[in-house]
Design a protein around this ligand. Structure first.
Ligand SMILES: Nc1ncnc2c1ncn2[C@@H]1O[C@H](COP(=O)(O)OP(=O)(O)OP(=O)(O)O)[C@@H](O)[C@H]1O
Ligand SMILES: [Mg+2]
Length: 268
């Protein structure tokens, strides 16, 4: 229990008549990448939002470092807020298009650290370098960046206040595969360097397999199973998990390229 950084028990969320999350429980260990997969609408983002205390659960409990946080007031929550950051689903549209990179990254620093101007710029340059960008980008606007560079800026912004826990919700699906691979490697390097813990939410099972130590599979608001990566991608996995993997684009592509065309014609 002591190794759990984040734990949820019996977490439930109703939106009117819709039960978006139904009695979900799991624990995320410190330093691991925990994957959350499942079809669209299965409740992944709702769980992520409750974990970050942005959505109030209908029932259940959320623990951070063993302390219950789901019932805290806004003021009591403040010290926890900076330890957990969200990296947006679509960083390109989530970056404020009227603000320069230095102001986008500098805003959380100003809010949480109150760093004075000069020190803040030093820190912003340091953050840019951390995500593979140079000081040249300080005065650029989002529309002057590529999709991958927007993601790097978004990651820099999330890291600016030294969080322990990052929630990455589909944060690499908006860019092409090569850029995606670079961002994933960047995330892995940052995790090693700073001992970060990730909740990685995605449809893309190939990416989840590459990134995650353990994976929770969701269907219609329920957690069907939580297993080590190798068990999820094995015949031991839950029937639904195997169906999900079989239906993923990577599996379909692999199947198409290994099935001899003649054999396909012979089937009845
Ligand atoms: N603010 C809201 N108000 C009403 N219903 C909501 C709200 N947010 C989510 N839902 C509903 O809750 C269910 C779960 O949504 P959620 O966004 O968590 O799914 P998801 O697994 O993240 O899907 P996707 O993979 O498409 O992002 C859906 O039926 C959705 O319509
Ligand atoms: Mg979602």
């Amino acid at each position: 229990m002591s190794e759990a950084l984040v734990e949820i028990t019996g977490l439930t969320k109703d939106f009117g008549q819709t039960r978006a999350v139904d009695n979900a429980s799991f624990a995320i260990r410190r330093g691991e990448t925990f994957g959350l997969v499942g079809e669209s609408g299965s409740g992944k983002s709702t769980i992520a939002s409750m974990l970050l205390c942005l959505t109030k659960p209908t029932a259940g409990e959320i623990f951070f470092h063993g302390k219950r946080i789901d019932q805290l007031s806004t003021r009591e929550l403040a010290p926890y807020r900076k330890d957990m950051q969200l990296v947006m689903q679509d960083p390109i549209s989530s970056l404020n298009r009227r603000k320069k990179v230095q102001d986008i990254i500098g805003l959380p620093l100003a809010l949480h650290h109150g760093l004075p101007g000069g020190k803040r710029t030093d820190r912003i340059v340091q953050l840019l370098e951390l995500v593979g960008l140079s000081a040249d980008y300080l005065s650029r606007y989002p529309h002057e960046l590529s999709g991958g560079q927007c993601q790097r800026v978004s990651i820099a912004r999330s890291l600016s206040i030294n969080p322990e826990f990052l929630v990455l919700d589909e944060s690499v699906s908006a860019v092409d595969v090569l850029i995606q691979a670079q961002i994933l490697n960047l995330l892995n390097n940052l995790q090693d360097e700073f001992g970060l813990t990730y909740l990685f939410v995605s449809h893309d099972l190939a990416v989840v397999r590459y990134m995650c130590d353990r994976i929770a599979v969701m269907q219609a608001g329920r957690i069907l199973e939580v297993s080590d990566r190798d068990d999820i991608f094995s015949p031991r996995a839950h029937e639904y998990t195997r169906a999900l993997i079989a239906a993923s684009p990577a599996s379909l592509a692999a199947k198409a390229s290994t099935t001899p065309p003649l054999q396909m014609e012979k089937s009845p």
